[in-house]
Write a protein that binds this ligand. Structure first.
Ligand code: PLP
Length: 378
């Protein structure tokens, strides 16, 4: 039986490919993973455990538990400075599901969307899932890895519906400040584009400069902001994320969530509620740990054949390995084979990733030390 072209030509995630190779080996230092090494905090686990034992194991409303939507809206107002009511929040199966729903809502077949290169490979996968076309904008060394408005202007055509922004960025660790946000907002306004702002790493910002672009609008009509519990609260396997949406987008997006997921795991939503309502101090101490790991990497590679800019947020270092004269994939495979260190080849994030690998800071200090020692022998 023949499958339709759209299904046969769907790309796979380059990030997961490397993870699967590394999982099959012993004694590997895992610097390829995109998730915190910490366990989910106890009070979150206890809250989910309690509701499950109390029998709250049934379906919940598709938009999310009302109390979680309230708490998420309060967080979005307080932390992100976005004017947002609970009715504009949808709770989703991680940030990935929120983004998938948003892409499917604003993009039609034949439309195009501006995506970062390098950027998270799932953005391309989502675009293609809906029969839309990616238009890649460059994030390069020469431009401090920031979007160039002239290039964006040149890329836009009559089919372009949206601009995807990701700050703090995976894989770069760059953080968008107010001036850049204002320029990008003006650009989107000029071309009448949706702005999809992926802020799944919003509270992992060492610079204190991160600006949620949705906060620039008095009541957001153009900006859709996506957040997640995964990275910030060390809850990747719980699968809870949330989006702040202009009112007109809420029902059309529910039309995608209802048939695909029905609702998010009910006990996990109570866990997420506990994460928002409980203490927040440990977030700062985790952030400090990532920053220390960042500084350790930069110190250890100084004077070696590797180089890297200093990331302002997220938990990755975008390591330049071009001095080795191999493709980034060949380098990453050799590193795994010879030194038992797993990293992600830069090309898993787009063509501009050639010459780079992504190294994760979200591991213990000891593992990072060991990984760096092996890396320096490569
Ligand atoms: N956005 C970016 C840039 C990511 O790196 C990830 C995960 O790797 C996500 C969104 C989605 O994460 P989750 O679905 O676990 O919230």
């Amino acid at each position: 039986m023949e499958l339709p072209l759209i299904a046969r030509t769907r790309p796979q995630s380059g990030v997961r490919k490397m993870m699967e190779l590394a999982w099959g080996r012993a004694d590997v230092v895992h610097l390829e993973v995109g998730e915190p090494g910490f366990d989910t905090p106890d009070h979150v686990v206890a809250a989910a455990d309690k509701v499950a034992r109390d029998g709250k194991t049934k379906y919940s409303p598709t938009p999310g538990l009302p109390e979680l939507r309230e708490a998420a809206a309060a967080k979005i107002r307080a932390v992100n400075g976005i004017d947002c009511q609970a009715s504009q929040v949808l709770v989703t199966n991680g940030g990935a599901n929120a983004l998938f729903g948003v892409f499917g809502t604003v993009l039609g077949t034949g439309d195009s969307i501006l995506l970062p290169n390098p950027g998270w490979s799932n953005f391309t996968m989502m675009t293609k899932a809906f029969g839309a076309r990616p238009l890649y904008y460059d994030l390069k060394d020469g431009n401090d890895y920031l979007p160039d408005i002239d290039q964006l202007d040149a890329l836009v055509d009559g089919s372009t519906r949206a601009l995807l922004l990701n700050s703090p960025s995976n894989p770069l660790g760059t953080v968008m400040d107010r001036k850049q946000a204002e320029e990008l907002f003006a650009f989107a306004e000029k071309h009448d584009l949706w702005i999809i702002s992926d802020e799944c790493y919003d509270q992992i910002d060492f610079s204190g400069r991160h600006v949620s672009i949705g906060s620039l609008e008095p009541s957001p009509e153009r900006v859709i902001s996506v957040f997640s519990f995964s990275k910030v609260y060390a809850m990747t396997g719980w699968r809870v994320g949330y989006a702040a949406l202009p009112e007109q987008v809420v029902n059309p997006m529910l039309g995608l969530l209802q048939p695909s997921v029905m609702c998010v795991n009910t006990p996990a939503q109570y866990g997420a509620l506990a994460a928002l309502e409980g203490p927040q101090e440990y977030l700062a101490s985790w952030r400090e740990g990532y920053r220390r790991n960042r500084d350790l990497v930069l110190k250890r590679i100084a004077g070696s054949r590797y180089s890297a800019m200093s990331p302002d947020g997220g938990f990755y270092v975008w390591l330049n390995v071009s001095d080795f004269g191999e493709t980034s994939e060949a380098f990453a495979l050799r590193l795994l084979e010879q030194c038992n260190v797993a990293v992600t080849p830069g090309t898993a994030f787009g063509t501009n990733g050639e010459g780079y690998v992504r190294l994760s800071l979200a591991t213990t200090n000891e593992q990072l030390e060991l990984g760096l020692e092996r890396l320096l022998q490569a």
